[in-house]
Design a protein around this ligand. Sequence first.
Ligand code: NDP
Length: 490
Amino acid sequence: MKKKKLTTASGKPYYENQDSLSAGPRGPILLQDFYLHEKLAHFNRERIPERVVHAKGTGAFGKFTVTHDITRYTKANLFGKVGNECRVFVRFSTVGGEKGSADTERDPRGFAVKLYTEEGNWDLVGNNTPVFFLKDPKKFPDFIHTQKRDPKTNLKSPTMMWDYWSLNPESLHQVMILFSDRGTPHGYRYMNGYGSHTFSMINAAGERMWVKFHFKTQQGIKNFTGPEADAMRGKDPDFSQRDLVTAIGKVVFPKWALKIQVMTQAQAKTFRWNPFDLTKIWPHGEYPLIDVGVMELNQVPSNYFADVEQSAFAPSNIVDGIGLSPDKMLQGRILAYPDAHRYRLGANYEQIPVNRPISEVYNHQRDGAMRVDGNSGDNPNYFPNSFDNIEADKTYKEPPLKLDSDIADIYDRNENDDDHYTQPGMLFRKVMTDAERQNTINNFVAGLSGITGSKREEIILRQLHHFHKADAELAQQVAQKLGVAFKPLV
Ligand code: NDP
């Protein structure tokens, strides 16, 4: 291999990489050893802020291929023709732990997909669950505090978690999934991904439909039981990272089938739940899955920091033909995600190669730290101007979203907003097998057993009442195994 000369960061060949310049062989180090300063100073600045959530993650590049025609729902350029392909980058993660935390913790998994389309980046920033703990972003910081460390002991605290969940019963559906075996997936390849929010699709006729996105694993679902996940935490804390890079290294490329559920605006008006409520699913029996395409992951980034740590996904990155919805959590994330990236990576984070779109970028945003794309050269940095011919193309405007009184009813709080129980009950009774139900009960018992302190019984009883409203048998079995006397309120 051709030898390369060591250089300083500014490119000057430098002659020594081990011994610092000193005043004689035993003397103190000389200030003029600028290579030493550069090396130590850069080392001091190696870390960027850890993501507040989703800190521990792994990622891979791949491709998405359109396999079915959905042009009746969307005019998105990507879906214009069956066979269309685009490059993707996917980052998987756990949510509550720090960057060094164990991969098999009971926790939702992040499933963030960036599709580099010819009309800009489309980010589907989802999880491995179709719902979330909350339906309003105002609650998010409080909720996440309960998943992090106790402010005094700096320990994870089941007391904080269950105190919060039991006081915020809209979390029950997600809590039910979390404490089922799907709360401890067998790495990232064997789990589904969900866009979770309701989005819209807009077709060439300007018609808007409501849509949910599902990435169904083609490897099959595989989970750890609670005890297996606990054991793996000690055996291999990086289990999921290892599983993904090993599989791709062996050319066993994981694949997911992208499917959508579609709801018309008319159906949304009569749906028995708020279709924009992130704690609810749309039953498949009424809104069947429609085939769209296949995503394959086939390349581990050659540098983790460059592509995985610096990757930045935002639900506001949508493409023409895909729109947002009044889902309050989605609305909150549109603001919060780019804000987090500006803090963590800087104002020009979209120029970092993993985030950079393959399409041209034209606007009048300029300067800022780490501007590395030429800063639009000598083009004007103001609008309107007589020189650059950049204009806003009105054909990209979305059709208006009508907020007439009928529709406003479903955006407002209504009686169904307090139905936190029907869907978790459906999951427990209709979807889980006997063995999964038993594991879920055992996982709840293990989780609730961690509550300590003077409020222990109060918190447990409050949560048992929520379980009871979802499924009476579930509450009784958990109470019995915990040794708690539980009488449901009539
Ligand atoms: P279906 O019987 O048509 O589908 C059940 C769904 O649940 C499947 O997508 C299945 O995924 C998934 N699933 C199975 N076990 C679990 C689990 N432990 N945690 C999370 N998801 C699981 O049911 P419905 O559409 O009528 O919905 C019934 C319940 O199923 C819902 O209340 C919800 O809790 C759950 N569910 C529904 C989804 C939806 O979008 N309709 C999506 C995911 C869950 P797979 O097919 O990959 O095995």
